[in-house]
Design a protein around this ligand. Structure first.
Ligand SMILES: [Zn+2]
Length: 232
């Protein structure tokens, strides 16, 4: 293992145990996770595999649920921190409200995961329409796409919170059904902190009337770089 990989391992160890890491070291260790694309691909794969395993394999169902929860916790924290250091840079010094936001969002997601397993249990118990392997694959891929889109919004939150003064405007395409929030803010510019405090960072779970996942809107800076929006 090289030095950076060792540092990364130590950092994760401290993070899991709530041990504080100095903010310069944290920034280096966070970058060692690699780019967001890798974090996203890994999470997508974990969700697909776990759902298929749960729906096809009697053994280890409880472990599968706990495994997804643990992987979500890691992916959310990695996505948020990676976004933050990309824009906020070194040192990694989120404000208490940023950490509180992430903790609340993780707890919400834990509840959604419980809901996913309630749905899957019902699917398994439906003896009138037993699941085929192709049903299971389709279901797993659709759910994983949704979970990855949620992860995109966590990454976006990290980026915007890392640089709260940057000016961003809402661009991109309406979805199949547009909504009054999208129409109201299309082309409008505000600082990142405004989009954060109004809960209008495009993505699942935001305060858009359309739910923020049916449209293809993004937040862009004046040079056309994308700061928020689904990556898939
Ligand atoms: Zn909308």
């Amino acid at each position: 293992m090289d030095n950076v990989a060792t540092l990364r391992k130590l950092y994760l160890h401290c993070r899991e145990r709530g041990i504080e890491v100095d903010s310069h070291t944290a920034a280096i260790a966070i970058r060692a996770a690699g780019g967001y694309a890798g974090i996203r691909d890994g999470y997508y794969g974990v969700i697909v595999d776990s759902i298929i395993k749960y729906l096809t394999d009697e053994a280890g169902r409880l472990q599968t649920k706990n495994f997804i929860k643990k992987e979500m916790l890691t992916a959310f924290t990695d996505a948020f921190e990676t976004g933050w250091v990309e824009t906020g840079g070194d040192p990694y010094e989120p404000e208490p409200e940023d950490n509180e936001w992430l903790t609340t969002r993780i707890n919400q997601e834990l509840a959604y995961i419980d809901g996913l397993f309630v749905t899957m249990r019902a699917m398994l118990e439906d003896t009138e329409e037993p699941l085929t392997l192709s049903d299971i694959d389709q279901y797993a891929e659709a759910r994983a796409a949704g979970y990855a889109a949620t992860l995109d919004s966590i990454y976006s939150q990290g980026k915007l919170r890392g640089k709260k003064n940057v000016m961003l405007s809402l661009e991109g395409q309406d979805g199949a059904a547009s909504c009054s929030t999208c129409q109201k803010y299309k082309g409008v510019s505000h600082r990142a902190r405004w989009w954060i405090s109004h809960d209008l960072i495009p993505g699942p779970g935001s305060s858009y009337e359309c739910g923020g996942w049916q449209c293809f809107h993004v937040l862009q800076d004046s040079e056309g770089n994308q700061w928020a929006g689904t990556q898939g």
